[in-house]
Design a protein around this ligand. Structure first.
Ligand code: PLP
Length: 361
């Protein structure tokens, strides 16, 4: 059976490496998107064995799963703006820290908490450029007002989310300065900000001076960063070989006959294709001309020097031949000792994995 394997030991290694780099600054593990495709509960369980007890979520269901499965004391932070009364009530039931990014949400949550004779823990979200949720820096006076009027809110944190930490240092530094300006103005009014945080994985790895009181890490824990790091990808698919056969010289494989045998060739057929997420990559949103150029450039590079993907069988890297189909692909296993049922190791990004059960080992 096809399986997506997550290696606990690699996950743990990554966490230890990240902790070393965090130098005591608390890590908030981001487990949104059902744990980046790995399953929120399994991911959180492994992380908690490494001492992590702060988690960021974006779906109420994720909080329910964690609370129902023994994560009683973990701190849970809802990263998304929630402004629906029922959802806010549910978050309070689940003792989730709510992100507040507007006066309306602050006031509604304050009323709801008052009705319940409760105090809602909140982190303020500052919009330094992402432009989706959060108070604008110009609204700092408004925030200070809310501290005074919202008696049932406990302002225990404040954060921003950089929009370009991966490749724009200048912009990230500007946003960092703006964020610190807001924090300083709130403090200058004699108010406490609680936990101040701004780093996602890229900012964490690139700018140690921005770690502040906490960092929010997702991709780095999974070992999937678009630049060189000391981290390792935690997962891969294990696919049992369906068929081993010899295609005679001149025979083709796959749609459109993109591959033709130069000699008699031993070929393994694997029941994995783009439906499962194999060789699927996320298309960048091409709203910038630069991104169009980049994509065109890498297509031309691929045209001039096609790089073939490989899968691992019997410890050997075997080239994928012909076009990858929806559910199958063919692999050149010349000289490799293999038979039906032997396992091939296939690299697939867990975010794209579909129809393959995930197991932690
Ligand atoms: C997803 C997310 C993160 C984590 O991002 P990574 O780049 O995967 O580390 C951090 N903060 C916020 C607000 C997020 O939405």
């Amino acid at each position: 059976m096809n399986t997506y394997v997550v290696k606990r030991d690699i996950l743990e290694q990554n966490v230890r490496q990240l902790k070393k780099q965090a130098k005591g600054v608390p890590i908030w593990a981001v487990v949104k998107g059902d744990g980046y495709g790995l399953g929120v509960l399994s991911l959180a369980e492994t992380l908690s064995e490494e001492g992590i007890n702060r988690f960021c979520i974006t779906d109420i269901r994720e909080a329910e799963i964690l609370r129902e499965n023994g994560f009683d004391d973990a701190q849970l932070l809802m990263l998304r703006a929630v402004s629906d009364r029922r959802e806010l009530n549910r978050l309070l039931d689940l003792r989730v820290i709510v992100t507040v990014g507007s006066r309306e949400t602050a006031q509604l949550l304050d009323r709801i908490a008052a009705e319940r004779a409760d105090v809602a823990q909140v982190h303020l979200k500052i919009d330094t450029g992402m432009g989706r949720f959060g108070f604008l820096p110009e609204q700092t006076e408004e925030i200070i007002g809310l501290y005074k009027t919202c008696k049932n809110l406990a302002f225990c944190g404040i954060f921003t989310h950089f929009n370009c930490a991966i490749n724009d240092e200048k912009l990230t530094r500007e946003e960092f300065a703006v964020f610190q300006g807001v924090v300083n103005r709130i403090r200058a009014a004699g108010l406490e900000t609680g936990t101040v945080h701004c780093c996602n994985s890229a900012a964490f790895l690139k700018y140690p001076e921005m770690h502040l009181d906490g960092v929010r890490l997702g991709s780095a824990i999974l070992g999937r960063m678009p630049f060189r790091t000391k981290l390792h990808p935690v997962g891969y698919a294990e696919i049992p070989i369906d068929e081993v056969r010899v295609l005679p010289k001149g025979h083709t494989t796959g749609y459109c006959a993109l591959w033709r045998a130069k000699q008699n060739t031993k070929v393994a057929i694997l029941p994995v294709g783009w439906y499962h997420g194999f060789r699927v990559s996320c298309q960048l949103d091409m709203s910038r001309r630069l991104d169009c150029l980049r994509t065109a450039f890498s297509a031309i590079k691929q045209f001039l020097r096609p790089s073939r993907s490989t899968v691992e069988i019997g410890g050997r890297a075997c080239p994928v031949i012909g076009a990858v189909g929806m559910l199958h692909c063919a692999v050149d296993v010349s000289g490799v000792d293999c038979k039906i049922g032997d396992l091939a190791t296939v690299q697939i990004n867990p975010l794209h994995v579909k129809g393959i059960p995930v197991v932690f080992r």
